[in-house]
Design a protein around this ligand. Structure first.
Ligand code: FES
Length: 350
């Protein structure tokens, strides 16, 4: 069976014919080696450096990577079928400088964390579970020697930050020295291995191709449809006849309804309130939402990091936004179906 060496991380015997990208993805946690084009050999996000083996690059690799990158050993992992021994270096898996900490100490801290720390409260973009801590514990030596995924260090950083607070280190049963100063040094070492803040996403040319192709087909489709079907227009307006009620198009009928139910307050007429002030406040609120979000999610303990991307990480913001969109939809439905002559209430099915 061919042997695959992921530099600084793993050595595996795999079945001949295994796809290298799939293999690497299976070996990683949440943050998989990205494959933007879905393994078509067109995007280069799955590139790895092949130090040994791998066969000859195919045409896709030549087109996407070019000679210079190929000469440096870069290959598209999605295009490599493993048939012989291969040694690769995966971005994020690079061997970094060794960290001088006793592996036993890290294991003791992880064991304590698995038992005593409320893991959901740890500020991290990673999913931290007991299983994951145990896995890290089993790989401590290789992590400290310079292997490991930056995401692994995000977990370690979160755990050590937690025990560094409120002198929790004293509670940890360990034979190794564990002072607050030492925790600070460990955190500094881990911080160097955290994931890069910004990730570069290549949009040109592949994403743009897709976007323009969609734009083209959409425009062509609408053009053909509008030639084949007549627009649903009413008969020409006559000055002697004003329809009652005269409703705005559906996307504005919500504002028309808002206008109708708004009261006059002081110098502001219902028209000013429903037609200008409330819609303006609504739009300003949406613009400001990303900036005021940290204050809305007041329940979060660690406000130094932005909340996660999942809905459950942003319940207040999500609820507020849903409420506002829901209110807009209700206004549109009322204005469209439940208003009749003089803008009085009607039952649409009667
Ligand atoms: S996944 Fe896009 S090139 Fe491999």
């Amino acid at each position: 069976m061919p042997k695959v060496v992921i530099l600084g991380q793993k050595e595996l015997d795999v079945r001949p014919g295994t796809n290298l990208l799939k293999l690497i993805q299976e070996q990683r946690y949440d943050d998989q080696l990205p494959a933007t084009c879905g393994g078509q050999g067109q995007c280069s996000t799955c590139a790895v450096r092949v130090l040994k083996g791998g066969g000859d690059p195919n045409q896709n690799e030549k087109d996407v990577l070019g000679e210079e990158q190929l000469a440096k050993g870069w290959r598209l992992s999605c295009q490599i079928t493993i048939t012989q021994d291969i040694e690769v270096e995966v971005p994020g898996y690079e061997v970094a400088e060794a960290i001088q900490i006793e592996p036993g100490l890290v294991r003791d801290v992880l064991a304590y964390a698995a038992e005593k720390i409320p893991l959901r409260e740890l500020p991290s973009t990673q999913k931290i579970t007991v299983k994951r801590l145990k896995d890290l514990s089993s790989r401590t030596e290789s992590l400290l020697e310079g292997g490991g995924d930056p995401n692994d260090f995000e977990v370690l950083y979160a755990v050590f930050s937690y025990i560094g607070r409120d002198h929790k280190a004293r509670e940890i049963p360990t034979q190794f020295e564990l002072t607050d100063e030492k925790i600070q040094k460990i955190l500094e070492a881990f911080a160097k291995r955290l994931p890069a803040e910004e990730e570069e996403i290549i949009t040109y040319p592949y994403f743009l191709y897709v976007a323009f192709a969609l734009l083209f087909f959409l425009t062509a489709g609408l053009g053909i449809y509008s030639v084949l079907r007549d627009a649903p227009l009413e008969e020409p307006a006559t000055p002697s006849f004003t329809p009652n009620p005269e409703k705005a198009p559906w996307y504005f009928v919500g504002i028309q309804e808002l206008l109708a139910i708004s009261p006059n307050i002081g110098p502001f007429t219902s028209v000013a309130i429903g037609g200008v002030i409330v819609p303006t406040l609504f739009i300003l609120f949406l613009i400001a939402l990303p900036y005021i979000e940290p204050y809305l999610e007041f329940w979060r303990k660690d406000k130094s990091k932005p909340p996660g991307r999942r809905l459950r990480d942003r319940p207040v913001t999500t609820a507020l936004f849903t409420l506002m969109v829901g209110a807009a939809v209700v206004l549109i439905i009322i204005g469209q179906y439940f208003r009749g002559p003089q803008w009085e209430w009607v039952i649409p099915w009667k």
